[in-house]
Structures are given as C-alpha cells and as structure tokens.
Design a protein around this ligand. Structure first.
Ligand code: ADP
Length: 419
C-alpha cells in the first residue's frame, strides 16, 4: 500500500515537473518572441485556454507594433525621399535628440557626419551654440534664424539655422524637431572681402585727401606771406596727391568693370608682334625708363591672336610699369612671347631686387604690396597686378609670377590664340 502510494506520488510529481518545465519553455519562447518582436507560434497541443488567449494577445501586440514601425519607417522614407532632393540641409531629431532623418545636403555641409541616423545629436555635431539652439527650439524660445560658425581645424563653415517643432509620427514621447540648415559660408566670405575692400579703399583715400586738405587750408587761410617757392612746393604736392587719387579711382573703376557681369571684352584678331612693339615703345617713352634697357622677342610662329587690344595693352603697361618702378636704373627688362600649343605664353622679366617668397603668392591680391612705402612713393595703387589677373582670366588665360630675392622677377601670362 505504501509502495503504491509512493509510486503514485512520484508519478504525480514527475507529471507536474514535466508540465512545469513545458510551461517554462513556452514562457521563455514567448518572451523571446517579444524581444525579437515576432509573433509567437502557439503550440497546438497547448490546452490551457488562458495561455492560448495570452499568446493571442501578445501576437496581436507584436503585429500591431510591427505595423506601426513599418508605417513610421515608410513615412520617414517618404519624407527622406522628398527632403533628399532639397538643396537645403534638413535634420529631424526626436524628443531625445536622436537623429531620425538627415538628407544628403547635410552630408555636403558636414562631410564627416556620416551614419548619423539613430545617433544622439550631442555626439554628432559637437557644437555648444547648435545644441543650445536645439534647446531653445524645444522650449519655443528660439529666434527664427540663427547663424552659427562650425570650425574644424582651419576650415570654418557658416550655417544659417531655422528650427521648429513638428508633430511626432507615432512617437508618444513628445514632438520632434526639424531643422533647416543653409550654408552661408560663401556669403560670409564675400561680406568679409567687401568689408576689407571698403576698409582698404577708405585707407587709400584718407592719406591723399588729408594731405590735399592740409595744403589747401594753408594756402587759403594761411599767412599771406607764403614764399613763392613754398607755394610752388605746396601746389606740386597737391598735384601729386590729386594724381594719386585719380589713378586710384581709375584702377577701382577698371576693376569694378572687369568684375561686372558684362566686362565688355572686345576681341579681335590682333598681330601680336605689333601689340608687343607698341607696348615697348610706350614703356621706353616714360622718363623713368630712360636709364633701363628694354628688349623684346616674339616667336615668329605667333601671328594674329584673338584678344581685346586695349585691355591686353593695359596688361603690358602694368607689368612694364612695375618692372621699371621696382628696379634700379640700368636694369634689364625683357618681354618674350612663345607659342605653346594653342596658347601664347608671355614673360615680362627684370633683373631687379625680386620679391620675397612669402609675398609671392599674394601679389595678385587687391591692395597687396610688398613694400608699402615704396609702392606709394612710386604712385602705385596696389591694384595693378589684380587688374592684370582679371584681364588675363577674362581672356581664358593664366597668370603667375616667379622670383628670387636679389635676382629679379618674371611675370608670366598665357592667352589662347583663338580665344
Ligand atoms: P602697385 O600699384 O603697388 O605697383 P601692383 O598690384 O602692381 O601694385 O603690385 C603689387 C606689389 O607687387 C607691388 O607693390 C610690389 O611690391 C610688387 N611688385 C610688382 N612687380 C614687381 C617687380 N617687377 N619687382 C618687384 N616687386 C614687384
């Protein structure tokens, strides 16, 4: 009897153990389905209706979640496709600042911000002003447009940022934020160039104007007993500074014409040798060039070149004028022209003092002078080489300079023969 009782108890224990194990296995499988967000395959042998109902509910939840997820990513993909083609960079983050969408234009602005989807904004764009703007948009306290400078190494990028909250797509955690980023680096640089230009022009105008003003006041209000020699000296100074103002204005007008949309290039086939000869005759006729040795050689293969004769003559004038101005008396100046493929390559060379290597890359910039005092004394405006560069580039040519300190300078330019 006791044995029978023990057997029954053991069998009952074993059956319960098997059932319990089975239940545990099923529970584990169900929880794994939840983790994997996949429906749970109900064991058809399961007889417990409560368990079957639980599994059905879980499966419904999983399917619902899956449908919503798909809907959300479909909508995001649609949004991405629409925004992807925009020139403006667009960025959408959720309530935790996790990046949900970033279009291609954003990558163009921040080439290093790759694979940013799903990453926190704080880790992607480590910019304090940007993050505080994000914060103010979230609190509805943001200014409509905000300018931020991103500096990476020596490169700085200026962004105009506009942000707004948008209703989240099936995201109960709170609204999303949408940002439109506009790259304004070019405008900022232009603004800087414009400011520098205005500052330079004002500076260039100030000295001659104040000298003229001073001498005119002395002549008008001063002692009537001004000696004729002094009067003469004052007037000559006024004349010199008026000429300086005049050259400055002429160069500025020329530059602004060359930089305008319609620079008025009048090309015609010109016998190149004649053009060079005329330039040499003009240069030789300058009193300052009397003591210089000027020579020219033009490749006999060069015949007619399609160019604007007035403008290219100005190029020769400026280069020869510099060569005369910046070299001592007795220096040798040569102009040579060679045919190189479809181009004429011209070199204006002198054996003067040369240009220091650190200044050489800048001499074609507006108002750049190696020796400011010397340039001004010689009536230079600091615009001559800039004008040369513009004229040659308008003709589709290139311009550059080579120099060794103490050994002279060589200015080269090319012109396409057929334009
Ligand atoms: P500037 O009116 O001062 O001559 P440019 O633009 O023509 O202005 O020239 C820029 C600077 O380049 C000059 O101020 C001068 O310092 C330097 N430069 C130009 N040509 C020569 C040259 N042949 N030899 C030495 N320095 C030169």
């Amino acid at each position: 009897m006791t044995v029978f009782f023990i057997v029954v108890l053991t069998v009952a224990f074993l059956v319960t153990l098997v059932a319990w194990n089975n239940h545990r296995r099923q529970l584990r499988a169900l929880s794994q389905s939840l983790v994997r967000k996949q429906p749970y395959l109900l064991d058809q042998s399961a007889v417990d209706p409560a368990w079957a109902e639980l599994c059905r509910q879980v499966n419904e939840l999983v399917t619902d979640n899956d449908r919503l997820q798909r809907l959300r990513s479909d909508q995001l993909a649609q949004l991405e496709a629409t925004l992807g083609s925009l020139q403006e960079a667009v960025l959408i983050v959720d309530s935790t600042n996790t990046v949900l969408l970033a279009n291609q234009a954003l990558q163009a602005i921040f080439p290093r911000a790759t694979n940013i989807l799903g990453r926190r904004l704080e880790l992607v764009l480590q910019s304090v002003p940007f993050l505080s703007y994000v914060d103010s948009v979230r609190k509805n306290q943001a200014t409509p447009q905000f300018e931020i400078e991103f500096v990476e190494g020596s490169v700085s990028t200026w962004i105009e940022l506009t942000g707004t909250t948008v209703q989240a797509l099936h995201d109960p955690r709170g609204p999303w934020l949408l940002f439109v980023l506009h790259d304004i680096t070019k405008q900022k640089k232009l603004e800087l160039v414009r400011k520098e230009f205005v500052a330079n022009v004002s500076h260039e105008l100030r000295t001659p104007l104040s000298v003229i003003k001073g001498y005119v006041e002395t002549l008008v209000d001063g002692d009537t007993e001004i000696l004729p020699a002094d009067r003469e000296r004052f007037l000559r100074t006024i004349q010199r500074h008026t000429e300086r103002l005049n050259s400055l204005l002429e160069d500025l007008l020329m530059l602004s014409r060359l930089e305008s949309i319609n620079p008025g290039l009048k090309r015609e086939p010109v016998i190149f040798r004649d053009l060079v000869e005329n330039a040499m005759t003009d240069a030789r006729s300058r009193p300052s060039a009397a003591a210089h040795h000027l020579e020219s050689s033009v490749d006999p293969e060069i015949d007619r070149v399609s160019l604007d004769p007035l403008k290219v003559s100005q190029v020769f004038d400026n280069l020869l004028d510099n060569a005369v101005k910046y070299t001592p008396k007795g220096s040798r100046l040569t102009v040579s022209a060679q045919l190189k493929g479809r181009d004429v390559e011209v070199c204006v060379r002198d054996n003067g003092p040369g240009i220091p290597a650190e200044d050489l890359p800048h001499i074609f910039e507006r108002f750049y002078r190696v020796d400011k005092g010397r340039s001004r004394d010689k009536g230079g405006t600091g615009l001559g080489l800039s004008i040369v560069k513009h004229i040659i580039q308008l003709h589709g040519g290139r311009v550059w300079a080579e120099s060794r300190l103490g050994q002279g300078s060589a200015f080269y330019f090319t012109l396409p023969v057929r334009g």
